[in-house]
Design a protein around this ligand. Structure first.
Ligand SMILES: N[C@@H](CCC(=O)N[C@@H](CS)C(=O)NCC(=O)O)C(=O)O
Length: 228
């Protein structure tokens, strides 16, 4: 157990969502860079923390937490003044917010991965092309809902930013970096630019850039992520 918050992350991954949330809390935290190319995520030490062998993982004074949605929920409840999620005053309001996080983690994220890195899921070039095409269609469907919302408000939940906005920002970064056509989604593109005005996002990206430079230096940058 760790007295301080410690995030295991890799640049360009969905751990950016938790990295940004930690920056938003203003709490001090440490990071530990996980190199996929070096196989850090399959080491016995890392698997003991996170049996799924994925990032993010957060060590806290309350124990180790895995899964973006659980970490975000924990941070939102532990540090309410950071307003990572809106105040929830009933079981139904909590369920609605868990639903929103689930839509990011279980609907959006898998489609992002299959569109951006289909070779992790399908063996042959033809199967990869088919997977990328079907994931692209799924993304268009999932993003249309968010495009509508952002046509009417600055942030997904209305006037106030929440971690759901960071989730969408990470998804947008990954898919547009992998060739997804942004033109049908001008409100999401504007939302992505708006996100970058937030100091917490800038701090998170600076941490990622330093981590990416370290990976490049060690010859461990993942091809296709962050311009490598
Ligand atoms: N459901 C998990 C997904 C985590 C995940 O897939 N992370 C990716 C990076 S975006 C990863 O670490 N992949 C390495 C692997 O699974 O081998 C969450 O939301 O935390």
């Amino acid at each position: 157990m760790s007295d301080t918050l410690k995030l295991y992350f890799a640049p360009g991954t969905c751990a950016r969502v938790t990295l940004t949330a930690l920056e938003e809390t203003g709490e001090p935290f440490e990071t530990s860079l996980v190199s996929f190319m070096a196989g850090d995520h399959r080491s016995p030490e890392y698997l003991a923390l996170n049996p799924a062998g994925a990032v993010p993982t957060l060590e806290t004074a309350d124990g180790v937490i895995t899964q973006n949605s659980a970490i975000l929920w924990y941070l939102a409840r532990k540090y309410p003044s950071a307003n990572l999620l809106p105040a929830m005053t009933s079981p139904a309001a909590e369920a609605a917010m868990i639903s929103q996080l689930g839509q990011c983690a279980s609907d959006l994220h898998p489609a992002v991965s299959r569109m951006a890195v289909p070779f992790l899921f399908a063996a042959t070039p033809q199967a990869q092309d088919e997977l990328r095409a079907s994931a692209t269609e799924r993304l268009k469907f999932l993003l249309a809902i968010r495009e509508d919302r952002l046509g009417n408000s600055d942030w997904l939940l209305g006037a106030d930013w929440s971690v759901l906005d960071s989730y969408l920002g990470w998804a947008w970064f990954r898919i547009t970096g992998a060739g997804f056509d942004p033109s049908p989604f001008p409100a999401i593109a504007a939302h992505y630019r708006r996100l970058h005005d937030r100091p917490a996002v800038q701090h998170a990206l600076a941490r990622e850039a330093a981590a990416q430079a370290e990976l490049r230096e060690r010859g461990l940058a993942v091809p296709g992520v962050n311009n490598d």
